[in-house]
Structures are given as structure tokens and as C-alpha cells.
Ligand binder design. Structure first.
Ligand code: ADE
Ligand code: ZN
Length: 308
């Protein structure tokens, strides 16, 4: 699809090709994260971070993606002895090279930002050490997110760290409203994250429709908090049983500010890897008009952490 696109939700570690002996059908988010955490051990040096980033930006540029915001998870890499500066240098060099040398089929340039992400299952002490390690790179790293497994009361636990990160100059987003199991990965964790963390963007967030009072969906629309939804990922990781169960149509019709994203493109099948395929499959499933598709790209561009 020649539509210019912006991708706000892709994990650098999720762009690495999945190990050969695993298939793209995961039983759950937890099942996926086990494979993902193992897969990222391949990243050892600044050069590895560079190569994986540049390879992804090349594929994105070929797919008419004009801007990418990429998460990376410093904590497991730090645990293996990799310095924060090595990660940032490697990723940044690839972004610089991509912006100088790559162009899309339509002849546009590609730009990219990096966002560091806390692995929520590691706890706040690890997150605090991670924030300290990332603090010198604020600006080169534009924001902070939270991903990985959902733990009980994570919004309460992480809110103070988010305030600290914000005061250092990091823009705020978090994974929330991804699970359908009634845990704090479901709508109630998202509701409290919205109040306590006040993020500019929520990654996934589609479960806002599940609040029986309807208030969470209303708040998302009223605040125009941007949701970086990833319907194919949700179906692949079995958060929902099939794409048809995703409330994308309802989110759009309710006036939510959303973008479409790939999440972990290395771990899905070839037919679902590229953002064009995400757009095409969602467009078929939810009968998205060309205007709606164009609005998704515009909304993503407005929600990018480019400048305040
Ligand atoms: N890390 C990588 N992909 C993720 C996802 N879909 N949810 C939570 N954490 C992740
Ligand atoms: Zn994600």
C-alpha cells in the first residue's frame, strides 16, 4: 500500500527473527515473552543493536513507513553486562544512517526515535536502576514505556518512577489494556494507569471498551490519549481468539485517537509482518475506508514524540 505510515509501537527485540524451532502460534503473552526474552540474548554489542535497528528501518522504509518509534528493553541487556551507552550508541548510529541513506518507494526519508521500556515483571528497583542508567541519554532517548508481563498493582508501583522520568524530560507511555483476563493487564489496570501515570500514549489499550460503566472509553476519548493498537499481535499472542474479536471498529467509531502498529514483527508469520499487511488485514476485517486509513496515519504522526 502506498499509504505513508508512522509506526509508534514496535519492539527492537521483537524485530529479530524468531528462533527456527518456534512457530508463530503462541498460547499467551507469557508464552511469547519466554521466547522473546531468549531471542534477545543475541544482542551483545553496540554493533548488534546497530545491525538489528538498521535492518528493521530498511524493511520499514521499503514499506513506506516514514517515521518509527522503537522500544528497547535495557534491563535484561544490562543484566548481561551491556552498558546503556552501547545500546543507545548502536541504535542511534543506525537511525542516523537510515535517515541519511534510506528512502521509501515514494522517495521520502525515514526518521526514527527510541523509547526505553521497563520490563514490569522485574520490579521497581530494577526499573529505578534502569532509569538512572538511561538518564544521561534523555533527548537521544525520547521517552519511557513499560512492557513485558503485567503484575498486580503495577500502575501504583510505577507511578512515582514515571514522575521522576518525566521531570528528567522523558515522554511517557505504557503498555496497558492488553489482556482479557481481568488482571491488571486488562481494563482496570489501564484505568488506574491513566489516572496515576497520565501517559501521552497507551500501548494497546483496546480493552478500554470492557469497562462495564463505559467511563474508561469516555475518558480515553475525552482526553484523546493516543492508543497504539496492534490487533494482529493481540490475535497472535492469544489475548483475543481472532482478529474479528478486536474492537477496532468500535474504538474508531467512538472517536478514539488510534494508530495501527506491528508490535513484534519478527515473531509473526511472513503474511503479517509488515505494517502494510497490518493495515490491509485490518482494513478487510473492519471495512476501513481510505479516509479512515489516512486518518490513522495522521493521528499517529500527531502522537509521535517528535517535539512538544
Ligand atoms: N514486549 C514485547 N511485546 C510485548 C507485548 N505485546 N506486550 C507486553 N510486552 C511486550
Ligand atoms: Zn508492545
Amino acid at each position: 500500500m502506498a499509504l505513508p505510515k508512522v509506526e509508534l509501537h514496535v519492539h527492537l527485540e521483537g524485530t529479530i527473527a524468531r528462533p527456527e524451532n518456534t512457530d508463530a502460534n503462541f498460547m499467551s503473552l507469557g508464552d511469547f515473552l519466554g521466547v522473546y526474552d531468549k531471542g534477545m540474548e543475541k544482542l551483545q554489542t553496540a554493533r548488534d543493536f546497530h545491525d538489528v535497528t538498521l535492518a528493521y528501518l530498511r524493511r520499514a522504509a521499503d514499506d513506506e513507513v516514514r517515521h518509527v518509534e522503537m522500544f528497547f528493553d535495557p534491563e535484561p541487556h544490562m543484566e548481561r553486562g551491556i552498558a546503556a551507552g552501547a545500546m543507545v550508541d548502536g541504535i542511534e548510529e543506525a537511525i542516523d544512517t537510515a535517515s541519511r541513506e534510506l528512502s521509501t518507494p515514494a522517495g521520502a526519508h525515514i526518521t526514527a526515535n527510541m523509547i526505553f521500556s521497563w520490563q514490569r515483571n522485574r520490579g521497581v528497583r530494577s526499573a529505578e536502576a534502569c532509569l538512572q542508567a538511561m538518564a544521561p541519554y534523555v533527548g537521544r532517548v525520547v521517552g519511557v514505556g513499560t512492557s513485558s508481563d503485567y503484575v498486580a498493582s503495577w500502575p501504583e508501583q510505577y507511578a512515582p518512577l514515571y514522575h521522576k522520568a518525566e521531570s528528567l524530560g522523558f515522554r511517557k507511555c505504557c503498555h496497558a489494556g492488553e489482556l482479557t483476563d481481568g488482571s491488571d493487564g486488562d481494563w482496570s489496570g489501564m484505568e488506574r494507569a491513566l489516572k496515576l501515570i497520565d501517559p501521552e500514549r497507551i500501548d494497546h489499550g483496546y480493552r478500554c471498551v470492557a469497562d462495564p460503566s463505559g467511563r474508561l472509553l469516555e475518558a480515553v476519548v475525552e482526553k484523546q490519549v493516543h492508543l497504539t493498537v496492534c490487533p494482529l499481535s493481540n490475535a497472535r499472542l492469544r489475548c483475543i481468539n481472532s482478529l474479528a474479536e478486536h474492537p477496532l471498529r468500535r474504538l474508531i467509531d467512538s472517536g478514539c485517537n488510534i494508530s495501527l502498529n506491528s508490535d513484534d514483527p519478527g515473531y509473526v508469520s511472513d503474511a503479517e509482518r509488515h505494517l502494510t499487511q497490518v493495515f490491509a488485514l485490518c482494513s478487510d476485517q473492519f471495512e476501513l475506508s481510505l479516509d479512515e486509513l489516512a486518518n490513522i496515519s495522521k493521528s499517529a504522526a500527531r502522537a509521535a514524540f517528535i517535539s512538544e
